[in-house]
Unconditional design. Structure first.
Ligand SMILES: *[C@@H]1O[C@H](CO)[C@@H](O)[C@H](O)[C@H]1NC(C)=O
Ligand SMILES: *[C@@H]1O[C@H](CO)[C@@H](O)[C@H](O)[C@H]1NC(C)=O
Ligand SMILES: *[C@@H]1O[C@H](CO)[C@@H](O)[C@H](O)[C@H]1NC(C)=O
Ligand SMILES: *[C@@H]1O[C@H](CO)[C@@H](O)[C@H](O)[C@H]1NC(C)=O
Ligand SMILES: *[C@@H]1O[C@H](CO)[C@@H](O)[C@H](O)[C@H]1NC(C)=O
Ligand SMILES: *[C@@H]1O[C@H](CO)[C@@H](O)[C@H](O)[C@H]1NC(C)=O
Ligand SMILES: *[C@@H]1O[C@H](CO)[C@@H](O)[C@H](O)[C@H]1NC(C)=O
Ligand SMILES: *[C@@H]1O[C@H](CO)[C@@H](O)[C@H](O)[C@H]1NC(C)=O
Ligand SMILES: *[C@@H]1O[C@H](CO)[C@@H](O)[C@H](O)[C@H]1NC(C)=O
Ligand SMILES: *[C@@H]1O[C@H](CO)[C@@H](O)[C@H](O)[C@H]1NC(C)=O
Ligand SMILES: *[C@@H]1O[C@H](CO)[C@@H](O)[C@H](O)[C@H]1NC(C)=O
Ligand SMILES: *[C@@H]1O[C@H](CO)[C@@H](O)[C@H](O)[C@H]1NC(C)=O
Length: 678
């Protein structure tokens, strides 16, 4: 190990080096911690990464044990202690058949595996205190699980699991000596799962084949199941680690034997594998769920913002604090270009694989917080991804750490918003991957956490002058909103709001409704939601079309016709921003606006005293100022506080043209102008 890292030495030192290496080797071999000796190790070229992987994998045993290929062949007892003379014994008598590592219930074992090797594990009958066996008689709800071996776990099974887990909690302290014998002989369900944490790397630039995969063998009779074991000795067909994940479950009253084999490395691939395997009596220790569990809030040219679904169905502060004190969510992002995505292929469903790959391969940083924004005051995990490149496609992975064992998360199961829970177990959980593209220019910038408009979190019109100055940009917008709001409350204060309900302007609405609806509307109007000029969608409204892009060109210079001038170029609806401050102080290039939803305007008209004189534009003026929420669309067709986008999986969407209906030039801010009347 030590020597493979050292630099080449001048020749005259070679003799000295050889001698001293030998001595050092011997010395190292005598240290209990350094049982790995150069001659026997299949050295992984990436052993440099070991440190990181060690730090990124939750260990329940000594890390030396975890990464020591030799130990696998020699076996190890439960606490990872190996008597050091064993090595010398065997080096004298020659290599014996690899030994079998004993697995404990819910304790993952991490192993290194060189090409063309097999690692063996066993899960003995009687291992682990299965509370479940005592509590559920055979023939009860457990029956439904019994014969499954490959099909997907359905929600109903999860529900069964829920019930059981609750019973487990209740019976946690029940003495179980009496049932020990029965447990050891009764059939019980065992889940085996495994993740690829590292795999060989490609050495030929244009290699198009997928990385070679590990294979899982399970047997109840053959102690060392592997590629040479006949099929009738195995409980199931050999199972490849698909995208870094393999699992199996069975009912048995005996021992279970597990083999993990590595294939031959074909040319173009170099290195070895690292994988984690676990046996559990409670459910699959490692998990992949082919579902979405988050929304995209927005992206700009160098960052992106995401939120998970609601983490609880209540808005209690106790629930919120619980999540804030232990946020298990994390997100990994990789450029989706051919080179970067190739490293991810083969690890997409593996928590430990993604985690170590993300840490070692890129400059992208993800900061994770718990927020109650984006609807309902319910806690959600929020991810701010930074360090992205302009106009690039990225792949994202949402994962949940399993350290907080048996964490329950709600999962929306149908369109009515009904929820079921699912359980994240010790090995963590990975969700379906998704892709997104960063914006192509600097005219839009994501902002969040504003002081006054605290519900705003999306891209607003900006310019390269503010690219590194989020705070300055936020202050310009927020101060403007505050100023409008102050003038509004000054007016509202002159109205008899605080009198008894009979004297109030409306029985159904009061001034608090008015203030709330005004603020929602105001913030959506002062902070226009910004998209690239090149974005397609007939709900997007072009702004600032006569200003140059960053490269100096002006849009539509191929169309100098009088009709184009009169319907677009010369109209305020297209050649300005919604709020004058944006053009005066921020000076964005051309961009498109996702218009605020029309109901935001209608809400203030309904909620506020008529004497304030609020009115919404109508007809074509409305079309230039507000968007319409279209229920049938998956897409966000208008903006409102807390609006989020459904993840984009489709690539190459059919382009849509921008609506070009001529219309009266009107801006939503005109409502604010009406304050002059008061
Ligand atoms: C990444 O690796 C560094 C050290 O190499 C470690 O300190 C850090 O915790 C790791 N981060 C993650 C997310 O694993
Ligand atoms: C178990 O898996 C094997 C091979 O995939 C399949 O042939 C068999 O029908 C499965 N048995 C059950 C009960 O699903
Ligand atoms: C294997 O894992 C997948 C994804 O978590 C799950 O749908 C499937 O039911 C599991 N299969 C077994 C045999 O546990
Ligand atoms: C991909 O990798 C090859 C070889 O390492 C390199 O020549 C090429 O520029 C890379 N492409 C990208 C987009 O990074
Ligand atoms: C929770 O929601 C209820 C009703 O929606 C609301 O009255 C209450 O103020 C909320 N509590 C918190 C802490 O947000
Ligand atoms: C990461 O950032 C450093 C310094 O900014 C840069 O030199 C390096 O090329 C970046 N690496 C990648 C993979 O983008
Ligand atoms: C969270 O729950 C609230 C109330 O049920 C709902 O209005 C909101 O849309 C949910 N938000 C997300 C992001 O799921
Ligand atoms: C608010 O009112 C003051 C005084 O009338 C005025 O100077 C200021 O411009 C107003 N603010 C806005 C945003 O219109
Ligand atoms: C300038 O940039 C815009 C937007 O990024 C792009 O649409 C246009 O094709 C570019 N023009 C030239 C001449 O590169
Ligand atoms: C349309 O506007 C452009 C830019 O302002 C100008 O160059 C062009 O001459 C105008 N076309 C007509 C027909 O007026
Ligand atoms: C120019 O714009 C007008 C009005 O939108 C449109 O009818 C015409 O087809 C456009 N001409 C070209 C060459 O794009
Ligand atoms: C909705 O958005 C998706 C992804 O952004 C796009 O593929 C799709 O075409 C859009 N739908 C419509 C009706 O434009």
């Amino acid at each position: 190990m030590q020597f493979s890292k050292s630099r080449p030495l001048p020749l005259r030192l070679l003799a000295f080096r050889v001698t001293s290496s030998f001595l050092i080797t011997l010395w190292i071999c005598l240290q209990p911690q350094h049982l790995v000796c150069a001659t026997e190790i299949p050295v992984a070229p990436e052993h440099v990464q070991r440190n990181e992987i060690e730090q990124s994998i939750p260990h329940t045993f000594s890390p030396i044990d975890a990464h020591d290929p030799l130990l696998q062949e020699r076996g190890t007892d439960d606490d990872g202690y190996v008597p050091d003379f064993a090595y010398f014994d065997r080096s004298l008598i020659g290599r014996q058949e690899a030994e079998v590592i004993k697995l404990e219930n819910n304790k993952p074992h991490t192993s290194e595996l060189a090409p063309e090797k097999v690692a063996f594990f066993r899960f003995e009958k009687g291992t682990g205190a299965s509370k479940r066996d005592e509590n559920l008689s055979p023939g009860s709800s457990l029956d439904r699980l019994e014969t499954k071996n490959t099909s997907g776990r359905s929600i109903s099974e999860d529900t069964v699991e829920e019930k059981r887990s609750d019973e487990e909690l209740l019976l946690e302290e029940t003495p179980f000596e009496n049932s020990l014998d029965r447990r050891q002989n009764a059939a019980r369900r065992i889940w085996i799962s495994a993740n690829t944490c590292r795999q060989p790397i490609v050495t030929i630039p244009l290699m198009s084949t997928d990385p070679p995969k590990l294979t899982l063998y399970i047997s109840s009779s053959e102690q060392r199941p592997g590629p040479n074991t006949p099929r009738d000795q195995l409980l199931t067909d050999p199972a490849d680690f698909v995208k870094g994940f393999a699992n199996f479950t069975t009912e048995t009253d005996g021992d279970l034997f597990i083999g993990v084999s590595s294939p031959v490395l074909t040319s173009g691939w170099d290195g070895s594998w690292s994988f984690e395997v676990a046996a559990s009596l409670d459910g699959s220790f490692h998990n992949f769920l082919a579902r979405d569990y988050l929304y995209m809030v927005d992206t700009d040219s160098d960052s992106a913002l995401f939120v998970t679904f609601n983490l609880t169905t209540s808005n209690s502060t106790a629930d919120l604090d619980k999540w804030k004190n232990g946020n298990p969510f994390t997100m990994y992002a990789f450029p989706a270009n051919a080179n970067s995505s190739r490293a991810v292929i083969g690890l997409e469903h593996s928590y430990c694989g993604l985690k170590s790959l993300f840490n070692t391969t890129n400059n992208i940083s993800v900061s994770t917080t718990i927020t109650t924004k984006f609807g309902g005051g319910r806690p959600k995990a929020q991810f701010n991804v930074q360090g992205l490149k302009m106009d690039e496609e990225y792949t994202g992975f949402l994962a949940v750490d399993g350290a907080n064992e048996n964490l329950r998360l709600p999962l929306i199961t149908d369109d009515d918003g009904d929820t079921e829970q699912f359980v994240v177990r010790g090995g963590g959980q990975v969700f379906a991957q998704w892709k997104w593209r960063t914006k192509a220019d600097d005219s839009c910038q994501v902002i969040q956490d504003l002081e006054f408009c605290d519900n705003i979190a999306y891209a607003v019109p900006s310019s390269s002058a503010f690219k590194q100055n989020d705070a300055g940009l936020m202050k310009l917008y927020d101060d403007l909103a505050k100023s409008y709001y102050q003038n509004f409350t000054n007016s509202l204060d002159q109205i008899a709001c605080e009198t008894t309900s009979t004297a109030q302007y409306s029985l159904a609405r009061n001034c608090d409704d008015c203030r709330r609806d005004y603020k929602d509307w105001l913030c959506s109007v002062v902070f226009p939601r910004c998209e690239d000029y090149g974005a397609q969608g007939d709900w997007l409204h072009a702004r600032n079309i006569n200003t140059p892009f960053a490269n100096g060109s002006i849009p539509h210079m191929d169309n100098l016709t009088a009709v184009f001038n009169s319907t677009f170029r010369d109209r305020f609806a297209y050649n300005r921003s919604r709020v004058p401050m944006i053009d005066d102080q921020i000076k964005p290039g051309p961009y498109k606006e996702l218009l605020p939803c029309d109901y935001l305007c209608h809400n203030i008209v309904r909620s506020c005293p008529a004497i304030l004189g609020f009115a919404c534009p109508e007809g074509e003026a409305l079309e230039h100022a507000y968007g319409e929420a279209k229920k049938s669309f998956q897409n966000l067709t208008c903006n409102f506080p807390g609006a989020v986008k459904i993840l984009n999986r489709a690539v190459g969407a059919s382009p849509k043209t921008v609506g070009i209906d001529p219309g009266v030039v009107m801006f939503a801010v005109f409502v604010v102008g009406l304050f002059g009347i008061l």
